[in-house]
Write a protein that binds this ligand. Structure first.
Ligand code: ADP
Length: 162
């Protein structure tokens, strides 16, 4: 049986912390669906289409990674895909508090769903989409934190660099 899971998130933008969770997730799962949440309450700088485009570019040629997006509840999307496992990353106590609430809410909505958490690797523990936006805004380098295509697009978006 093919073991599949969904890595859902805002990915605004994707960071190497996200990519690390996907790479390590593939040691456990045969296939991962990286799913961009379209209608989160978070204010985003990239459109869902742009986030999907970046992720497709990053995972081009990876047969075991599908990039997709979804609107509405994650549990409904998972049911439509016929996948019952969600894979998420954990960095901090703050993540834990947020994730435990989400996990309980999702489990209440669909008792069949299982949500698994993978602890971040040390070098990504500080890394978030918000921090990387600040670093690029103030002229820092995204090296070791974001894929080159993400850095290029962030600079275009935030610094109007062509
Ligand atoms: P969301 O808005 O759904 O939290 P994010 O894109 O912020 O979406 O995060 C998606 C998932 O990736 C979450 O489980 C988050 O904890 C995880 N994640 C984000 N950054 C990292 C990182 N540096 N290391 C490990 N996991 C991370």
């Amino acid at each position: 049986m093919c073991k599949r899971a969904i890595c859902a998130g805002s990915f605004d933008p994707p960071t190497d912390g996200h990519l690390n969770i996907v790479a390590r997730g593939l040691k456990v799962f045969d296939k991962l669906v990286v799913a961009v949440a379209v209608n989160t309450t978070k204010k985003s700088i990239f459109t869902p289409e742009e986030r999907v485009e970046m992720l497709k570019e990053i995972f081009r040629g990876r047969e075991n990674v599908e990039v997709d997006s979804f609107e509405g509840l994650l549990v409904d999307y998972a049911r439509r895909k016929g996948i019952h496992t969600i894979l998420r990353g954990l960095r901090t106590v703050g993540d834990y508090e947020y994730e435990s609430q989400m996990a309980l809410a999702n489990k209440t909505l669909d008792p069949e769903i299982e949500i698994l958490y993978m602890m971040t690797e040390g070098k990504y523990a500080h890394l978030s989409s918000s921090i990387i936006k600040e670093i690029i805004t103030f002229g820092g380098s995204g090296c070791g934190m974001i894929h080159p295509t993400v850095e290029k697009r962030l600079k275009q978006k935030l610094l109007k660099v062509t």
